[in-house]
Structure formats: structure tokens, C-alpha cells
Design a protein around this ligand. Structure first.
Ligand code: BTN
Length: 278
């Protein structure tokens, strides 16, 4: 778990930029003020969790060039070779644990906005709740871990994986995953992408603490599901229906074939596969 001093210098650029901005623009930029960079970790989420338990500040970032045991949703393994951007962000939101669901949507929306900003020719979407997709193939994902004391969130770890400069995926991932280098043909600077994503995330995070509807409106704009027939796999079984809307908790509102509406929270389900546009 040795720190990679050479590459750390690159991330210093981001830190310094943030610090300058805070002083000059009176902005309260905190995401990325502290960045721990490693060449290889089991999982950035694990290290971020330990740092947060020891009191690391909100906005602290742990980034690794490679992960040996990257964690995905639902105990899935996350393929994390060199070339990708694998990082975890420590958050200390003032919210009760039942509200933490919306952090998944916030993460996915921030990544989608960053891709949209840097690659305007790409059509990026969010496949509820946490997949960022291009042409229905997953380019990035978000994993939230929350530590709560009684009902209040003590801290949350937002783990983000972006297939930035990953050229090849092993089967069966090759059928469902893509990367920015595959879509654009060009490699992207990790530092530049991290900086842009942290900015989008921080803006969304701050604005959504004041007004939850701002996040919702952005998430709706990028949703690749709304208006489609989908199949959602939940802890309570599978449901088919029309993806009608998202709500402020990050829940998906499904109109079932019976005409009834069902709300599914992000941590309770995922959309199974690509569904035809209707
Ligand atoms: C998903 O299944 O879509 C969530 C994937 C989250 C992967 C990221 S990579 C950085 C961070 N560290 C981990 O071990 N997982 C998350």
C-alpha cells in the first residue's frame, strides 16, 4: 500500500488549483483538497473507509492506478486495471440514513455531466440507479457505503470507477462495458477527468443540500430509461413496466402492466438489461 510519489505530484496540481480557487473566488471548494494517490490498492473504498473512520475531512479523495479487489454493487467484482480512474470520495452529508439513497444518483449524475462537458459529441446516459452508459454499454459506476450513528449519516464513501483509458475487457464484460478511449479513440488525462468530475460532484452536492429538485432535474435529463419498458430486479422479485419517473430519494417510479405504480429505491434494485425504446 505504498504511496506512489511520482504520480502524486500530478494530483498536487489539482489540490493547488482548488486551494487557489477557494482563496480567489471565495468558493468553498473542498472536494479534492486532500488526495491520497496509490499505484495499487485492493480497493480505494476500503482505504477511504478507514481514513473516514479516523476523521478524514469531507472531500478527501483516495485514488489508485489499479485495484486488485475492486468492489462493485451487490458484491460484484469491479474490473480495475491500469488505465481506468478508480477513486473514492469521503462525504459527511447532513442527512438521515434513509436519505443516503440519493448519493448513488448524485454520483452517476456528476460523472455524466463531466463526460458531457469534456466530450460533447458523446451521448452519455444514466441507467438507474448507478450506471453511466454510452450506447447502452457501461462506462462508469458508483458504489456508496454509508456509516450511520443511530439514524444519522456519520460519513459516506462514494466509490467511482470510470473506464477511461481501458482498451480491452475480458469476456463477458466486453459485451456490456465500454470505455472513453474506445468511444473517442483518444486517451484522456486522468487528472483532468478527476478534476472536472470533482467540480461537477461538488456543485451538485452543495446545490442539492439546498434544493433536492436540482439534482432530480439533472438526473432526469441524463436518464436513459425514462419512457422505456424495463425489467427491474429487486430484493423482492422482478418487476416489468414503464420507467415513468425518478423521485427525490433517487427512487425509480415504475408503472406496472396492472396500471399500479411501484417505487423502487436505488439500493433495492437494478435494471436488468437494455430495453427497447417505445
Ligand atoms: C458498480 O458496480 O457499478 C459500482 C462500481 C464502483 C467501482 C469503484 S472503483 C473505485 C471504488 N473502489 C472500489 O472498490 N469500488 C469503487
Amino acid at each position: 500500500m505504498a504511496e506512489n510519489q511520482n504520480s502524486k505530484d500530478l494530483y498536487m496540481i489539482i489540490k493547488e488549483k482548488y486551494q487557489r480557487k477557494s482563496v480567489a473566488g471565495q468558493l468553498q471548494s473542498v472536494f479534492g483538497k486532500e488526495i491520497y494517490h496509490y499505484s495499487c490498492l485492493e480497493s480505494t473504498n476500503k482505504v477511504a473507509y478507514l481514513l473516514a473512520k479516523k476523521g478524514a475531512e469531507e472531500g478527501t479523495v483516495v485514488v489508485a492506478d489499479e485495484q486488485t479487489h475492486g468492489e462493485g454493487r451487490g458484491d460484484h467484482y469491479w474490473y480495475s486495471p491500469q488505465g481506468g480512474l478508480w477513486f473514492s470520495l469521503i462525504l459527511r452529508p447532513r442527512m438521515i440514513s434513509s436519505e443516503a439513497s440519493r448519493l448513488s444518483i448524485l454520483g452517476a449524475t456528476g460523472i455524466a455531466m463531466s463526460i458531457d462537458r469534456l466530450f460533447s459529441s458523446l451521448k452519455v446516459g444514466i441507467r438507474w440507479p448507478n450506471d453511466v452508459v454510452i450506447k447502452d454499454k457501461k462506462v462508469a459506476g458508483v458504489l456508496i457505503k454509508v456509516r450511520a450513528e443511530r439514524c444519522d449519516v456519520n460519513f459516506a464513501i462514494m466509490g467511482i470507477g470510470v473506464n477511461l483509458n481501458v482498451r480491452e475487457f475480458p469476456s463477458p464484460l466486453s459485451f456490456i462495458a465500454t470505455s472513453l478511449i474506445r468511444e473517442t479513440g483518444d486517451s484522456t488525462s486522468k487528472e483532468r477527468f478527476l478534476e472536472s468530475t470533482l467540480e461537477e460532484l461538488e456543485n451538485l452536492y452543495c446545490s442539492s443540500q439546498v434544493n433536492g429538485r436540482i439534482l432530480l432535474e439533472k438526473a432526469r435529463l441524463f436518464s436513459s430509461l425514462l419512457g422505456r419498458q424495463v425489467e427491474v430486479v429487486t430484493t423482492g422479485g422482478k418487476f416489468q413496466g414503464l420507467a415513468q419517473d425518478l423521485d427525490e430519494d433517487g427512487g425509480l417510479i415504475l408503472r406496472l402492466e396492472s396500471g399500479l405504480h411501484k417505487k423502487i429505491l436505488p439500493e433495492k434494485g437494478y435494471v436488468k438489461e437494455r430495453s427497447p425504446k417505445i
